[in-house]
Design a protein around this ligand. Structure first.
Ligand SMILES: [Zn+2]
Length: 320
């Protein structure tokens, strides 16, 4: 069994990693650039993959922030990549360049797969894990026993567009007061306008650390909305761990502390609430083992095994 490569494509960077059969990440490469349409995303992914300098790999896994058609691997509505309603054949275009099978999945689901594997490699194996990603948008991915939950229409985990504030700000999706419209990076930029979206989150939580009362009030409101989202995840999927990933949680400990305080407060008066979600259940993604590229590489490894299992026995024997 050979290595697999995972490529996690975001709106402003591509992270690639090589994973060996035992689950060790043996190489990484990150490229920062702005994505602008399918052909450019293809070039960025292929170039990040080539920068790894690995020739012995069996397949490639890709994570993308958009909708993935599991039938043909086409990507649509990946707005941060410049891919709109018209589906783009990212799998086909990357396969044509690298001449290996390419497998694709939504980025947050891929991150959940990576987080699930990280826990088991750290000797802290969990049956179920949820990743809640808070950056330009908000969404969640759930993995149970190494299997990604997609849902009947591929929309499982799209929590960013649940309305949390009646008559709140208009969201890009057309509704008012979506979770994303009040608590994602751009929303933080609107209520704490300092720099771009991630700088705004980091400026806000830095100001909280410095004891700024106005920042504290704003940050409380945002973390309260996000805590509600974690409670949805706990109530619907009861995961052993919830991992916070994306640009906003990357501001670090002060963000995690505020989230955990909110969870404790809501659990203080209810035994049920306390059992449903505890502060210790919520952690930040490990920056030394990013879940996105690891999960994408694991997706490729799982998909190869799956395809082998699906082959007729005689063909399998010939392939061994
Ligand atoms: Zn929305």
């Amino acid at each position: 069994m050979t290595h697999t490569i995972g490529v996690d494509i975001g709106g402003s960077s591509v992270e690639a990693a090589v994973r060996d059969f035992a689950g060790e990440i043996v190489g990484r490469h990150t490229t920062r650039l702005t994505m602008d349409g399918g052909p450019q995303v293809t070039r960025a992914a292929v170039s990040a993959l080539r920068e790894l300098g690995v020739h012995d790999f069996g397949a490639v896994g890709i994570g993308v922030p958009g909708q993935v058609n599991q039938g043909d691997g086409a990507v649509s509505l990946a707005l941060n990549l410049g891919i709109g309603r018209d589906p783009f054949d990212l799998v086909g275009s990357i396969e044509a360049e690298v001449h290996r099978p390419v497998f694709i999945e939504n980025d947050v689901r891929v991150a959940a797969l990576g987080a699930w594997e990280s826990f088991s490699r750290a000797g802290r194996g969990v049956e179920s894990v949820a990743v809640v990603s808070i950056g330009t948008g908000i969404s969640a991915g759930v993995v149970v026993n190494g299997v990604v939950l997609r849902g009947a229409r591929g929309l499982a985990g799209e929590i960013g567009h649940v309305v949390v504030a009646e008559n709140g700000p208009v969201c890009g999706c057309g509704q008012r007061g979506c979770l994303e419209a009040v608590a994602a990076g751009p929303a933080i930029g609107r209520v704490w306008p300092r720099g771009d979206r991630i700088e705004a989150a980091s400026a806000l939580f830095d100001a909280v650390s410095d004891g700024d009362a106005a920042a504290e009030t704003v940050a409380r409101r945002i973390t309260a909305h996000l805590t509600t989202a974690l409670i949805w995840m706990a109530a619907t999927h009861d995961p052993e761990v919830i991992v916070l990933a994306g640009g906003v949680p990357s501001v670090g400990d002060v963000f995690l502390r505020m989230m955990r305080e909110q969870i404790s407060q809501r659990a203080a008066t209810s035994e049920l609430a306390a059992r449903r979600l505890s502060p210790e259940q919520v952690v930040l993604a490990d920056p030394s083992d990013p879940p996105g590229p690891r999960g994408a590489a694991l997706l490729a490894a799982q998909s190869i095994l799956q395809e082998r299992d699906d082959l007729p026995a005689t063909t399998k024997a010939n392939n061994q």
